[in-house]
Design a binder for this molecule. Structure first.
Ligand code: SAM
Length: 221
């Protein structure tokens, strides 16, 4: 499915072993997805040498591709089995969407910067990944046309969980989102049971802001 570059393949296997498995991620399907998706294709050329390093990287427009372990942790929390409809808020480079695409039936991803969305769509097309649909707009409002979602992943930091996203989550569904202030947040895992929602706090994280009607004000990123 995905074109392999031998120069990076070894680094990718080491990334999974040393950064992901060593920190306790065990899902065989997720580990295989991370071994498969070529992360170096999702970063600007001047960042490629660090594509498999243990940190976030700049992708333009003041935005970032998240640290590999954080991508793994957030994806793991969704507990995907393969038949889900997934919404990602914050397409960024498209890397997280490509990982989700290996693990779920259909992925919808929304990004507020059109340039990032277009570049991500081109990378996934080049890689032959066809079960991701790209949207440009305010993801704090979700994508009601394709709801309900069995899983929702928000990859930017919100002051509180957007009510629109809780509403678009399917019964039994899971939503993962960083919630907190501008500099520090906690990763929250929400579950919907009928008309009840509950959540657990998982780990401290630091994300760029989620800017929109149910996030931070425009001009804050
Ligand atoms: N998932 C991305 C990846 O794999 O590269 C990383 C995302 S980056 C940490 C967060 C992204 O969220 C940025 O690209 C930012 O522009 C986007 N974003 C912020 N607020 C948004 C909103 N209201 N709707 C959609 N995207 C938003």
């Amino acid at each position: 499915m995905i074109a392999q570059d031998p120069a990076f393949a070894e680094k990718r296997l080491a990334m999974v072993k040393e950064q992901i498995e060593r920190r306790g991620i065990r899902s065989p399907r997720l580990l295989e997805a991370l071994r498969t998706v070529p992360r170096h294709c999702f970063v600007p050329p001047d960042q490629q040498r660090w594509a498999y390093a243990d940190g976030a990287l700049r992708i333009g427009q003041g935005q970032t591709i998240s640290q590999p372990y954080i991508v793994a942790l957030m994806t793991d929390l969704l507990a995907l089995k393969g038949d889900e409809n997934v919404l990602e808020v914050g397409t960024g480079s498209g890397y997280q969407a490509a990982v989700l695409a290996q693990l779920a039936a259909q992925v919808y991803t929304i990004e507020r910067h059109a340039a990032l969305s277009q570049r991500a769509a081109a990378v996934l097309a080049d890689l032959g990944i066809r079960n991701v649909k790209f949207y440009v707009g305010d993801g704090t409002l979700g994508l009601p046309d394709h709801a309900p979602y069995q899983a929702i992943l928000v990859t930017a930091a919100a002051p509180r969980v957007p009510p629109a996203l809780l509403e678009q989550l399917d019964a039994g569904g899971r939503l993962v989102i960083p919630v907190g202030d501008r500099f520090r947040q906690v990763l929250q895992l929400w579950r919907r049971r009928g008309e009840q929602w509950d959540h657990d706090e998982i780990a401290p994280v630091a994300f760029v802001p989620l800017v929109g009607a149910q996030g931070w004000e425009t001009g804050k990123d």
